[in-house]
Design a protein around this ligand. Structure first.
Ligand SMILES: NC(=O)c1ccc[n+]([C@@H]2O[C@H](COP(=O)([O-])OP(=O)(O)OC[C@H]3O[C@@H](n4cnc5c(N)ncnc54)[C@H](O)[C@@H]3O)[C@@H](O)[C@H]2O)c1
Length: 358
């Protein structure tokens, strides 16, 4: 389907925005160029920033208090991209204020600093009938969406195991109750965590070992479905290295995503004829040859803009469509937030044992 531009949609949601900071400037406000969103009002506790963003992104009003914005404006939904307060995510309180004002909410990650806070948001969502979507962008990456399609295909069969690698430091056990020291881990665990959850479902239990040199770790994971996985948090890798790698193994086939964009599907197949020690040629037949995709960077396309490849535009468009249709999001919702925050708490409260999650 050709992607519409903002002004081409027949209906658009009336939206407010809380937070006029760096990430939202680079990656979220610009997605509205292609989303059915009419930006009505923006808000930041820094009034000057709010005024600047109002002008820059074409909103009518600017506020420095989100409660005033919610009270005065007639909004369908509010986007929230804020920073931390005393090392804790501000999203739960803001999302609950938004739902209590009869609006749906889209919040950035991390959705909360504890499982209890996610459960509070779920209660308010249940009570108000309003929903919250969380910006777990990795589940909207073009290559991860394609991976999901491949591993769910009949041809691939049942996915049996997964490997996810992401560079993230885990503080020493003595610092795990310090919100400031855990902030980096909380901020990023949703990236690999949401890929694991999206592709393989809920985690049953896990066990991990941490190395003391960089605070990197390797976890062995069992999913509720019975399949297994490994999360390699590669703190200590070079700053020049691509950050991540995802691999899902089926039966006689596997799919690999490198650097978030290069996707190789090793279909069921084999190398040249002759058998072990007798094959003079490493090519198999074309039917079983690997399929490989990478973006091209010649054309001024949408697909090679980071906001599309990295899922920002697609997640915002998906949310806006959920609001227009009054249908709660099936992905990246509060249930997802709950599972990711359970994973965070599993690492945080590690007792050195196998950790039960579900
Ligand atoms: N998904 C991604 O790829 C990605 C990348 C970077 C950052 N993020 C997330 O985006 C969020 C923001 O990060 P950032 O680097 O842009 O932070 P930032 O500090 O640049 O911006 C946050 C803004 O929110 C404002 N703010 C805070 N509390 C507020 C409130 N109650 N009402 C109104 N305004 C308020 C601040 O004044 C600030 O301008 C974080 O949650 C971060 O984890 C996500």
């Amino acid at each position: 389907m050709p992607q519409k531009y903002n002004f081409e949609y027949e209906s658009r949601i009336k939206a407010g925005f809380i937070g006029c900071g760096g990430h939202s400037f680079r990656n979220i406000y610009p997605t509205f160029q292609n989303a059915p969103v009419e930006l009505v009002a923006v808000c930041d506790i820094n009034r000057e920033r709010a005024e600047t963003y109002r002008k820059m992104f074409g909103a009518e009003k600017a506020y420095d208090n989100h409660l005033q914005m919610l009270q005065k404006e007639n909004l369908d939904a509010v986007f929230v991209v804020t920073n931390y307060e005393n090392g804790r995510a501000r999203y739960p309180k803001l999302a609950m204020d938004i739902m209590n004002s009869d609006c749906h909410a889209w919040i950035e990650k991390p959705p909360a600093s504890s499982v209890a806070e996610v459960q509070q948001m779920m209660e308010v969502s249940e009570k108000t009938g309003k929903f919250v979507m969380v910006g777990f962008k990795k589940t909207f990456f073009t290559a991860i969406e394609k991976t999901k399609e491949i591993i769910e295909s009949e041809e691939f069969g049942t996915p049996a195991s997964i490997y996810v690698r992401y560079p993230q430091h885990l503080p020493d056990i003595k610092d795990r109750n310090d919100d400031h020291k855990m902030l980096g881990f909380l901020d990023h665990i949703g990236h690999p965590g949401s890929i694991l959850h999206y592709l393989m479902g809920k985690i049953k239990h896990l066990y991990y070992e941490r190395e003391p040199i960089n605070g990197g770790s390797i976890a062995t994971i069992k999913f509720v479905s019975g399949v297994v996985g490994s999360l390699h948090l590669t703190s200590g890798q070079s700053g020049t290295s691509p950050l991540e790698r995802v691999e899902v193994i089926g039966r006689g086939c596997n799919v690999v995503v490198d650097n978030g964009v290069k996707l190789t599907y090793y279909r069921r197949g084999g190398r040249g004829p002759g058998g072990y020690g007798r094959s003079p040629d490493y090519m198999g037949n074309n039917e079983g040859a690997p399929l490989y995709w990478e973006p091209e960077f010649s054309l001024g396309q949408l697909y090679n803009k980071a906001i599309f490849m990295l899922g920002y535009a697609t997640e915002v468009i998906y949310f806006a469509e959920c609001v227009l249709n009054n249908t709660p999001p099936e992905k990246s919702n509060l249930e997802t937030a709950l599972e990711i925050t359970k994973l965070y708490e599993a690492y945080k409260n590690d007792s050195g044992q196998i950790i039960q999650i579900n």
